[in-house]
Design a protein around this ligand. Structure first.
Ligand code: B16
Ligand code: MG
Length: 218
């Protein structure tokens, strides 16, 4: 059996924290008098916290000072953390545990590659932090997806080449990041949206052991 690096995005792949980001951003938007819908929230997936606020401000054509931006970022994160605090194992998305367990049984390195600065507390809350050989998150990188930095740093942490790395992602920016890193990209979600991925699945329940073995031994 060969060894590869299996890199997982967090939000939208392991857990659905997008709904909590939405609630917190919606309150920020409300205080700024900006209408912020579920559809608008799609644009924030995989995007950093600061960039998310900039996108919301642009949506409402609102300008604020840098000091005010810092206040809103803090307020958003404080509210988001209250939702995170209530999370448990039941929020792990369908099929994820089967894939993680199969990779562990086959001694494959598992890495987290997320834009979130809250990745560790979330993994702790849902009780799977110990599955990860390494974590690369929003605190570790300076270039956001679609820049490949987060995934390249992740592969390096377990001494794997990009060609030997596989990325599971739910965002277009994340798939682009994996592709430009020269990694195998697996899109989790709508195929029509993630059509640049090497492989597509609606969720992890569709991923078979044979497929994982193929990725390991390719
Ligand atoms: P935080 P991912 C991303 O996580 C989210 O998709 C995105 O909506 C969020 O703004 C970003 O993390 C930063 O999160 O505010 O917790 O630092 O998909 O890269 O795991
Ligand atoms: Mg994501």
């Amino acid at each position: 059996m060969k060894t590869k690096a299996f890199i997982f995005d967090l939000d939208g792949v392991i857990v659905d924290t997008a709904k909590y980001h939405f609630l917190a951003w919606q309150n920020v938007a409300k205080s700024l008098g900006i209408n912020f819908t579920h559809e608008d929230n799609e644009q924030l997936k995989g995007v950093s916290r600061v960039r998310s606020l900039e996108l919301i401000l642009a949506l409402g054509n609102v300008q604020i000072t840098d000091e005010q931006k810092q206040e809103y970022l803090l307020k958003k994160n404080e509210e988001y953390l209250t939702y995170i605090d209530k999370m448990d194992e039941s929020e792990i998305l369908p099929g994820v545990m089967d894939v993680l367990n199969f990779l562990k049984e086959n001694k494959q390195p598992i890495i987290l590659g997320s834009a979130s600065k809250n990745a560790r507390p979330i993994l702790e809350k849902v009780n799977i932090l110990h599955y990860f050989d390494d974590i690369v998150d929003g605190n570790d990188v300076s270039n956001a997806k679609p820049d490949p930095e987060v995934f390249l740093v992740g592969a390096k942490k377990v001494n794997q080449t990009a060609a030997n790395s596989i990325v599971f992602e739910d965002s277009v920016a994340g798939i682009q990041a994996a592709n430009s890193a020269g990694m195998t990209s697996v899109g989790i979600g709508e195929k029509s949206v993630l059509n640049e991925a090497d492989y597509n699945f609606n969720d992890f329940t569709e991923i078979s052991k044979d497929f994982l073995l193929k990725l390991i031994n390719q």
